[in-house]
Structures are given as C-alpha cells and as structure tokens.
Design a protein around this ligand. Structure first.
Ligand SMILES: C[S@@+](CC[C@H](N)C(=O)[O-])C[C@H]1O[C@@H](n2cnc3c(N)ncnc32)[C@H](O)[C@@H]1O
Length: 743
C-alpha cells in the first residue's frame, strides 16, 4: 500500500550523510577518555568539539583584507559559533499557513518560555520537540532546511511570470546538478510544488548543452518543420557554483582543520567555465570568502565577454540585507607564497596559477578567424603560454588593482547579521557573447579533476542532505534515451478543461471523450493563460509496462522534443509532475484501470475530478489515515461505507468533508484535503506513504485543536457579550427607571 517508504527505512547514503554531519561537529580524541574513570568533567567524554583554529586561514584572510583589522577578532569569534538554524517554508504547500501559525503561535512562544525559564544559555541546546517538527516537515517537503544567506541569490534574480524562458511564454525552470544524490534531493524537495514546469538535469554545468538544432536536419513527418524551440536560451540563471565553502565554517566546523589557501585556486577555472553560460540575468554566488573564487571569477567573465555582459549594481535593492562591496584588490597564495601579480608566477615558477586569478587579469583575444586559440579557460594553458607576458612583465604590479567595477559585487560576512559568509554578483547580458564555449582545454580538464577531489570536501559544506529520504527509484528517470520513445507514444494534448481522471485512456486517440485528461498551465495557483496545453508522458514505449505517467507543460514538452532532436544531450533526472502510478499489486491487475493518482499530482487534478470521488467525515477520514485500509462496513458513517462499496474497483479519491458543509460535491480549492485511495472488493485502502499519513493526521489534529479553541473563545466572547448586554440593559433599565422616577 502507498509508496511504502516508512520512516525507519534509510538509504546508505543518508546514513553516511548523517554520520558526516555528526563528524562535522564532534571528533573522537586519540585517547578515549571514556575509559578514564577519573574523568568526570563532561557528560559525554568520548566526543570533543573540533578546534576552530587554522593558521593558514588567519594568514590568508588577514592579508586579503576581507574585514578591517579592528574587526578581525569579532569576525573569527562569530565564525566559531554555531550557525542559527534556518529553513524555508514551501509556499506551495497546502499547509503553509498552518505551519507558519504553528511556528509563530506555538514554537516561538515555547522557545521564549525556554529562554525566560532557563536563561539564554540554557535555551541554546537541541530542543527535541522542534527537531521532530523540522525532521517531519523536511521529509514531507513542507519545509527545507537552508542557510539564510543561501536564500538570498534568488531574490536578486528578479524572475517574473511573463519572462520568456527557453523561448516560451511560460515560466519554466531547469535545475541542474552534477551529483545524482543532489538531483534526487531536489526532486524530493520540489515534489510539493506541484509543478509541470520543472526539469531536473544531471549534466556538467561547464558543458551544459545548448541543444542547438540544425534547422536543415529538422524533419517532422514528411514536412520540414521548425521546432518551437531551436536552442536552449535562458532568461535567468542562478549559478551557485561549487566552491571551497569556507563561508560555511559555522555550519561545518570540521572545515577548520581542512581548509588551505590552495582550494580556491583549484576551483577558479571551473567556476569561470560554469559562469560563462550567462543567460539574460545571472546571479553568480558562492559560499566562499575567497576573492580568487569570487571577484577574480566575475572579473574574468567581464573581460571574456568583452562588453556583452555588465555587472549590475544592486546596492539599493533589499536595503535591510547588510552587505559589503566586492574587493578590487587581492593577492594569490600558492603553497605558502604570496603572489601579487602574474609576473610573480614566472618568478617563482608556480604551476596552476592563472592570470585571471589576479585583479588585473587578462583575457584571451579572438584571432581574426573568430576561433579561439584555446577554448574554455584559454588563459590557463601555461604550457602554451609564455610565462611572462610582455605587458605585465614591463609594469610594476606589486599591488594590483582591478579596473573593473567589482565593488558592485556583494559580500555577506558572518558578524554583520549573524549569518554564514556569502558572495553574490549579478551579471546582465547585453548582447550575444563573443564566443560559445564548447570544450575545456586539457589544462582546464586537469583542474576540473583536481576540483573533483576537492569536491569531496565541498560536498560537506553544501546544504542539508541530512535527514532527507532520497527516493532514488523515482528520481532515476535514468538516461533520457529511455524517455525518448515515450513522448510521442503516450503524449496526449487537449484543450479541454473537463476531466475524467482515467489514465488508462491515455493515448487512446479514438476515444476523445475519455481522453479529457487534466490540462492546465502547470502552475496550480496561476490562472491558465489562453489554450490549456498539458501533456502526459511516460518513460516506456510499451504501454503494458508503463509504470508512471508524468504531466508536463508545453514549455517542458518543447525542450524534451528539442533534446530528442539533438540526440538527447540533456541528461534528464526528472521531468514535470508525477501524475499516475501503476498499481502493481494483484488488485491492480484485476481493476479496469491499473493506475492510481499520485499524491504529488492530486492537488492539480482534484478540481477536475467528477467520478470515483467521495466525501468523508473527519472521523472516517482519520480512520483511513490511521488504519490505512478500512472495510466498507466499518466506516462510522454507514452511508459513506455504502457509497465506497459502490465505486468501481481501482483508484478513487477521498476528500475530507467540512463538518459545516454537508452538501456534496463540496467546493474544491487549494486548501481542500484529499487523499488517493484504492477501492478493493471489501475495503478502501489509502494510497499515501506512511509519513504523509502521519503528517496529515497531525495537521488535522492541530486544525481541530485550533477550531476547538476558537469555538471556546467564540463561546466565551458571546457569553461576555450577553453579560455585557445584560449589564447595559440593566443600566439602561435603571436609567429609565430613574428618569421615570425623576420625571
Ligand atoms: C554550492 S552547491 C549548490 C547548491 C545548490 N544551490 C542547492 O541548493 O542545492 C554546488 C553544487 O554544484 C554541484 N557541482 C559540482 N560540480 C559541478 C559541475 N561540474 N556541474 C554541475 N554541478 C556541479 C555540486 O554537486 C553541488 O551540489
């Protein structure tokens, strides 16, 4: 029943992430003091906090002038303290307002009480009840744990609903990560967004395919047609690049002992390669404080783009966000040696140090034929390049200063607003870039390899994998080749809004009545614009073996078709919204339709369902969630049980009936609570994961508590009003009597 992903079931990766998370905070001393009977100093003597000291770090950042000398002590002091926990509430969650009020009314009050009762120091310790809340909501996807500063970049992206994304009029997002686990996490986190406009890809960002379709080769049937999209063009790019992550020291104190100044140098070239894919507006960000990963990368992009990209000054935006301007001068450090300019590189025979790392930088110049001497990071191949550039060698560049307006970049430092450290730059594309990057140079590859080793480290500083169940099966839509055949096989376009939620009819072109599948613009809260155009796809061209059916928007379909046309360059991990799943149990094979509606898809399809839908009282609804399967005769509301027994075998939907609304069908909206069920021969079974059932039960109890409280309050108010009225009447009465007497 349901997805069957119980709470106790954890993947090996998750256990590893948990372990890693724990190891970030504590380490075992060589001498295990737990065996020392004289040790009575700590509660848990086997674990000691990490040393939050690193000489190389101090030397590096003091020299770079990240903060003024007089601020240094405060800066490192704050870096040594744990980061306040932050999380985002998923605004598309049905229970968003419930969660906010639960936090504001319940938890914040309890937290204040803890502080008042025990003093502030006492309150700084894990609060078990809060941990349970965070864990459950995180697993469900209602909230996402994320460092506060990591939430800033999208605020500068300035995304608007009317933006053309990939030549389409619908807002569509492609989210990419090279790490499969990270892709899975993203899929998990976006499940509750109910969007048909999302593609998760698993490509190397530095080689992210442009999917350029050669129009001469485009042949659809016998007629030559131009596809709706002929290449991938982005209006907005959020470029949160892999970095050394020293800005996350508060979250991952283990980094204190691992950091070295060379880490940033090893990532610089990869960061440039990734960020060179500038779309209309790009927000470049890192959780590193290192100028080599930050200002130097932005500087090189500006130089390489030769005026086709500008750095946007956003100093007047988000005035409450305390930030500092980007640096215009810095130095490069390599194996303990400070290098002030590129000429020092030749002097000390450094290897792997690039000109672009320095404030003055340098950019490759396109030869007359338009081809670059070296592609991607052309300035990195020190074998091909004279070590001493005549230009830089003749100048005295002891203290290089960039002539670019890098002060428009922003740095967030921990002690300004009790946060992590972060770097953000906003780049705006003014005209086509002078060169399309295709392949990295050999040197670039070498540095990328080097990066991969370092990525093991930065993995530990990226966000919140801990405690989140990863669903590798769902996420693994595997290679896009598998998705290829299916698009035209089961895809079904319609412009009607009415719906018979019967996935068995997909692709049955002769039965247009039954083909009235869900169609919307894919953003449940947004109004459908113009023609409704949704599409259903699956991965398997053999209809008998289709396991899941996904709902995708027109924009996503266009990208999918383009990708097929260009030979599947995008490695797609997930696409659109999972709408139907095959019921694999024996009951599934005997039902007229073997598919059921997925929990993710239900909110989108619910307003259109007219058959196989029942309205249950709160008590029966709760029984379903508690017992997972309830016999028809066991429902408290016998009429409901009767109706359930008369449903067709197979997928059905049960909506909770508001106690005040007795008429059926009730008005369904975004706040309606419903679950997918399976109607069997003798019972109704819930098709929702155990954890979703648990959360729904808790939400219902919380709502009922609030309703009870408010009805008690209402009752009290009414009673007071009656009392007041009586009082007033009495006063009036006595006044009248007095007046009458006086008169
Ligand atoms: C700073 S994190 C970004 C995290 C992201 N903002 C999020 O919230 O999930 C950098 C990410 O880049 C990914 N990565 C590393 N090398 C990559 C590459 N060559 N192409 C694409 N992604 C890469 C890592 O797996 C990591 O998740």
């Amino acid at each position: 029943m349901g997805g069957g992903r119980g709470r106790g079931k954890r993947s090996r990766t998750q256990r590893k992430h948990f372990r890693d998370g724990r190891e970030n905070v504590w380490k075992r001393p060589k001498f295990d003091s737990s065996s020392d009977p004289n040790n009575t100093t700590t509660n848990n003597p086997t674990w000691q906090p990490f040393a939050t000291q690193n000489q190389a770090f101090d030397e590096y950042y003091k020299e770079q002038g990240i903060v003024a000398p007089e601020e240094w002590d405060t800066f490192v002091q704050v870096l040594r303290t744990p980061l306040p926990a932050a999380f985002r509430i998923n605004s598309s969650s049905q229970f968003c307002t419930d969660i906010i009020s639960q936090l504001e009314d319940g938890f914040v009050k309890s937290l204040k009480a803890e502080v008042t009762d025990g003093g502030e120091v006492e309150a700084i310790r894990p609060l078990p009840w809060f941990h349970v809340f965070l864990k459950l909501e995180n697993e469900i996807g209602n909230i996402t744990r994320q460092e506060a500063v990591s939430m800033v970049p999208p605020l500068f992206l300035d995304v608007r609903p009317h933006h053309f994304v990939l030549d389409s009029k619908q807002l569509m997002v492609i989210a990419n990560d090279l790490d499969v686990q990270r892709c899975n996490l993203l899929i998990h986190q976006t499940k509750r967004m109910c969007t048909a406009n999302l593609i998760v890809t698993n490509n190397e960002a530095q080689h992210f395919p442009g999917c350029h379709a050669n129009k001469n080769f485009i042949k659809v049937s016998e007629i030559e047609l131009e596809p709706p999209v002929s290449k991938l063009l982005f209006d907005r790019v959020l470029c949160d690049v892999p970095c050394s992550g020293d800005g996350t020291l508060r979250k991952a104190p283990d980094l204190w002992r691992k950091l070295n100044s060379g880490m940033g140098n090893g990532l610089h070239n990869l960061q440039i390669q990734i960020a060179m894919r500038v779309g209309g507006r790009m927000v470049y960000s890192t959780c590193s404080m290192n100028p080599v990963e930050n200002e130097a990368v932005v500087g090189e992009i500006l130089r390489k783009c030769e005026g086709s990209v500008e750095l946007v000054d956003v100093s007047s935006k988000l005035p409450q966000l305390v930030r500092r301007p980007g640096l215009r001068k810095w130095k490069v450090r390599d194996k303990g040696i400070w290098l002030s300019s590129y000429k020092d590189v030749s002097k000390f025979c450094r290897f792997g140090i690039l000109r672009s790392m320095f404030p003055s930088g340098t950019s490759c110049v396109a030869p007359a034929d338009g081809d670059y001497k070296q592609e991607n990071g052309a300035n990195v191949n020190s074998e091909d390049e004279p070590m001493a550039d005549p230009m830089t060698s003749t100048e005295d560049l002891n203290e290089e200063v960039s002539d670019l307006p890098l002060e428009s970049c922003m740095r967030i430092v921990p002690h300004d607003q009790n946060s992590g450290a972060f770097f953000i730059a906003i780049l705006h594309k003014l005209s086509p870039l002078p060169v399309i990057q295709e392949k990295p140079s050999e040197r670039g590859n070498m540095l990328t390899k080097k990066y991969e080793e370092q990525e093991k480290l930065s993995e530990q500083v990226t966000e919140c994998n801990n405690g989140v169940e990863l669903n590798s099966e769902d996420a693994a839509l595997e290679k896009f080749s598998e998705a290829a055949a299916e698009a035209d096989l089961v895809e079904n376009e319609t412009d009607k809004a009415a719906l018979d939620p019967d996935p068995c009819n997909i692709g049955d072109e002769n039965d247009s009545e039954k083909n009235q599948m869900l169609v919307d613009d894919g953003i449940p809260s947004a109004k459908a614009v113009g023609k409704r155009n949704g599409h259903l796809i699956s991965r398997n061209s053999d209809t008998n073996h289709v396991k899941r059916i996904y709902y995708i928007s027109k924009s996503v379909k266009d990208v999918l078709e383009l990708n097929l046309l260009v030979g599947q360059q995008l490695k797609i991990s997930s696409i659109g919204l999972k709408m139907y799943e095959r019921q694999t149990s024996r009951e599934g094979t005997t039902a007229p339709c073997a598919f059921r509606i997925s929990s993710e898809g239900l909110p989108v399809i619910l307003p259109h369902i007219t058959k196989q839908i029942l309205y249950a009282s709160t008590v029966d609804f709760k029984h379903l969630l508690q017992y997972k399967a309830v016999k028809f005769k066991d429902f408290v509301d016998a009429e409901f049980g009767e109706k359930a027994s008369k449903l067709m075998l197979g997928c059905s939907v049960v909506v909770i009936r508001d106690t005040k609304t007795l008429a059926e069908p009730i008005q369904v909206d975004a706040s309606t609570i419903a679950i997918g069920c399976w109607k069997g021969r003798a019972s109704l079974s819930v098709m929702v994961t155990a954890i979703d059932c648990q959360e729904l039960l808790e939400r219902l109890s919380a709502r009922m508590e609030i309703e009870k409280d408010s009805s008690v309050q209402k009752h009290n108010v009414e009673a007071t009003e009656v009392q007041d009225m009586n009082g007033i009447e009495k006063v009036e009465e006595s006044k009248t009597t007095k007046e009458a007497t006086n008169g």
